[in-house]
Design a protein around this ligand. Structure first.
Ligand SMILES: C[S@@+](CC[C@H](N)C(=O)[O-])C[C@H]1O[C@@H](n2cnc3c(N)ncnc32)[C@H](O)[C@@H]1O
Length: 279
């Protein structure tokens, strides 16, 4: 079935607005071609002839929303993305945290975790640290608004250029924490058992009294407008302990926002107004 590619301005506007309403992602009108391309496959799968018809589906079938969100989000990620962050965590953060919290469990949040490479990179680093400091314990919460990427993370099987990247940058990690399954690299259960994957919209408050010591909020703020970024930063801050560390992405900055985060070094901030640590 042919899809009508002539889309009137009001339908374009309504779909771009839908993206904003459901994800907080601000897509200006010049992004219409991108959105159109991403939704095309879905229209084909539903045998729809026009984007106007798809708007009707979104209106009338609540279960369509997760498909929509999966399609409109950009999920690019990789293992050990931005090397200097991992150097900081290994050389500075983990030793300091462990010395300050003997017997404690380090709570980490990979917010906007996408397919899980960031969470597994954190787990590999923590495992290496634990090998050298047997009393050390950690838990990782990996969240994202898109459910399809969370399923990939939960499954823990990777192939293609992300595995090739890991093979080049840290071959020993690939060897130690993955096994080969059907031509893919599968995370070993011991590593996976330290991570929980959960659906979460960053524009909403984290429920369940979560208080993390370390939050990675990387390469997601860029998709939100200033108001949205402010809301997300406050939500993340509220889910962190006082003195907790926030790490953002390379093309992001908190400079123009009024937050409780204090600059520590590029990409790294400290929460100075949060909650005391629990037992
Ligand atoms: C480019 S990826 C970044 C992945 C990882 N943090 C990294 O830096 O490699 C952005 C992720 O943010 C997620 N995302 C977008 N809007 C979100 C929202 N409102 N709440 C939670 N996650 C969101 C997307 O689904 C996507 O997986």
């Amino acid at each position: 079935m042919d899809i009508d590619c002539e889309v009137d301005r009001s339908t374009q506007h309504a779909l771009l607005q839908r993206v904003y309403r459901h994800t907080g992602i601000a897509m200006p009108e010049r992004k219409w071609t991108l959105l159109q391309g991403r939704l095309r496959r879905r229209l084909q799968a539903l045998s729809l002839e026009s984007y106007q018809d798809y708007l009707g589906v979104l209106e009338n079938r609540p279960d369509e929303l997760s498909h929509f969100i999966n399609l409109v989000t950009t999920n690019e990620t990789s293992f050990f993305r931005t090397p200097r962050i991992w150097d900081y965590l290994w050389q500075v953060y983990l030793p300091h945290w462990h010395a300050a919290h003997p017997g404690g469990t380090l709570q980490i949040w990979s917010a906007a975790a996408s397919t899980g490479e960031e969470a597994y990179s954190l787990a590999m680093l923590c495992e290496e640290y634990r090998e050298r400091h047997p009393g050390f314990r950690y838990r990782i919460l990996a969240t994202d608004i898109a459910t399809d990427v969370l399923q990939v993370g939960q499954r823990g099987r990777y192939g293609g250029r992300n595995v090739e990247g890991l093979r080049k940058s840290r071959p020993a990690m690939l060897e130690k924490y993955f096994c080969a399954t059907d031509g893919e690299a599968e995370v070993l259960p011991a590593l996976r058992s330290n991570i929980s994957f959960r659906e979460h919209h960053l524009h909403k408050r984290m429920e369940g009294g979560v208080r993390v010591d370390l939050a990675l909020l990387r390469n997601v703020l860029i998709y939100f407008d200033e108001e949205g970024q402010q809301v997300v930063l406050e939500n993340v801050r509220r889910a962190m302990v006082n003195d907790g560390v926030l790490i953002i992405g390379e093309s992001e900055s908190l400079g123009r926002f009024k937050t409780g985060f204090e600059f520590e070094q590029p990409l790294i901030y400290r929460n100075r107004t949060g909650h005391a640590r629990g037992p």
